[in-house]
Write a protein that binds this ligand. Structure first.
Ligand code: NAD
Length: 469
């Protein structure tokens, strides 16, 4: 594929941000985005904007993350396109007024209904690792719900961010949807404005800043935060299958995935077989070597590369497979490290890179105890074992989601709701949940005049009425 020309990222002037905010608030107040026909038109325009700029969007991710085109197509472009199709197909029924269910007979006369109202002018803040999916996914939800929206993509994937700005500015109604580019100063200026909802994807540290700021104005937030997810492999698991699947979930995007396993708790009896199978899988995936392969990405920037290197340098664990690094190309080989100290930072911190710490355990109880101690509320948990073992794991742990016999399969279904629990996030989105994330369910009753006689029971004087209710 010949390299298409790409726009460069330019930060939005901080002074312009309140103006953008006012425009979006005004457009919402003028009901510009409420009609379903408007929302559907904008969603279709976004669909065609993505489709028409497929080449540039693929190239932007290649430049930002060294992401193979195939990976970007599968997990970003095609994902967003399918998401829009699904939302467009279902929007009319999701947005329809609902008759309230399970209403006591005495209140049925007021015909309670639930209207689906857009929340208002909203702010979407994206992360760098899946720059399109994590930014456009929530934006699709906001458009579908009838909100006006500003998108603040991650500055750490600058080409992808600039491409999103281009397609949104070119194709969508600019008085309803716009992109603000920048880092901390620009995001801080955005947070200084009063939004009707903030949808944030990124690290828990920044999530705390967002939450605090939102709390000052009682702004609702959805937080999609970091992972630190365990995989648990018991002695009854299929080792070939576990190795291939858990390698893939750490190879993709060079391990920069919130739902990847952060470490593997594995029965020590089967650890040698698992390691052998990992080596076989690496050879299978990259017959000519990982570094030479076009199918393996790079770490997003020098800062992140240094951070992961530091984790590897300071671990008390022992490198068993891999370990090759190259600062210039930000290459990091998938690296398996045996870790025995549960306080090792490779386990307690999110590596967000292609590190595969394996922790040998004596039995399933120890694995469950460690999983619950290291991080009680991860984004995902990945049990490999017998049916009874898997049930025991799910019954004894908490997590945003879980994939049995796989790493993060549950998170790869674009129509299935997705979110964290505890400190891995709050709220969910995708499919109908994206529409719900930006919708207020407004309850409405209508009291007919002719029930006034019956309603007299509620009016004073109360004397003698207690016995009648
Ligand atoms: P990040 O928190 O550094 O940045 C996310 C966004 O926050 C960016 O748009 C950035 O500009 C903004 N930001 C950064 N510092 C800020 C500050 N001080 N004040 C205000 N805004 C600020 O995250 P990242 O490096 O882009 O992504 C990696 C993290 O995101 C990992 O922890 C990963 O697990 C998490 N993540 C979670 C999900 C999910 O769906 N739960 C998905 C992808 C990534």
């Amino acid at each position: 594929m010949s390299s298409p020309a790409l726009p460069e990222l330019a930060h939005t002037p901080v002074g312009h941000i309140p103006v953008i905010h006012s425009t979006l608030v005004r457009s919402f107040a003028a009901h510009l985005t409420r009609p379903l026909s408007f929302r559907l038109t904008q969603l279709r325009k976004l669909y065609w904007a993505i489709k028409d700029h497929e080449k540039e969007l693929l190239e932007a991710c290649k430049r930002d993350l060294g992401k193979p085109y195939y990976e970007t197509y599968l997990t970003e472009i095609n994902w967003c396109l399918n998401d829009i199709i699904f939302v467009c197909k279902n929007l009319e029924s999701w947005a329809r007024e609902e008759k309230a269910k399970d209403i006591p007979l005495m209140h049925a006369v007021t015909r309670p209904k639930i209207r689906k109202e857009p929340l208002g002018a909203v702010l979407v803040i994206g992360a760098f690792n899946f720059p399109y999916q994590l930014s456009l996914g929530p934006l699709v939800g906001a458009i579908a719900a009838g909100c006006t929206a500003v998108l603040k993509p991650s500055e750490n994937a600058p080409y992808a961010a600039a491409m999103m700005q281009r397609i949104i500015a070119e194709r969508l109604d600019s008085s309803a949807y716009t992109v603000v580019q920048g880092a901390i100063p620009e995001t801080t200026a955005l947070l200084d404005c009063k939004w009707d909802k903030i949808f944030y994807t990124g690290s828990a540290t920044v999530g705390t800043i967002i939450s605090k700021k939102a709390a000052e104005t009682l702004t609702p937030v959805t937080l999609e935060l970091g992972g630190r997810n365990p995989a648990i492999v018991t002695r009854n698991a299929d080792m070939r299958l576990a190795a291939r699947r858990l390698l893939w979930t750490k190879h993709m995007n060079a391990g920069q995935i919130c739902v990847s396993q952060n470490y593997i708790l594995i029965d020590k009896e089967v650890l040698p077989t698992f390691l052998e199978q990992l080596k076989v899988a690496i050879k299978d995936f990259y017959p000519n070597g990982v570094r030479e392969s076009e199918d393996y990405g790079r770490i997003v920037n020098e800062k992140q590369w240094q951070r992961i290197k530091k984790m590897l340098d300071s671990t008390s664990g022992k490198i068993l497979i891999g370990g090759t690094m190259d600062a210039e190309t930000k290459y990091l080989e998938p690296t398996v490290v045996e870790v025995t100290d549960p306080n090792d930072s490779l386990l307690t911190e999110e590596s967000f890179g292609p590190l595969i710490p394996v922790v040998p355990v004596s039995d399933l109880d120890e694995a469950i105890r460690l999983a619950n101690t290291i991080h009680a509320t991860p984004l995902g948990i990945y049990p490999f074992g017998s049916k009874a073992e898997v049930s025991k794991i799910l019954d004894s742990t908490r997590s945003g989601g879980a994939s049995i016999n796989d790493g993060f399969y549950h998170a790869s279904i674009s129509t299935l709701e997705f979110g964290g629990v505890g400190d891995s996030g709050s709220g969910s989105y995708r499919g109908k949940a994206s529409f719900d994330a930006f919708t207020h369910r407004r309850v409405v009753t209508s009291t007919p005049g002719w029930v006034e006689g019956l309603l007299s029971i509620r009016y004073p004087p109360y004397k003698g009425k207690m016995e009648k209710v």
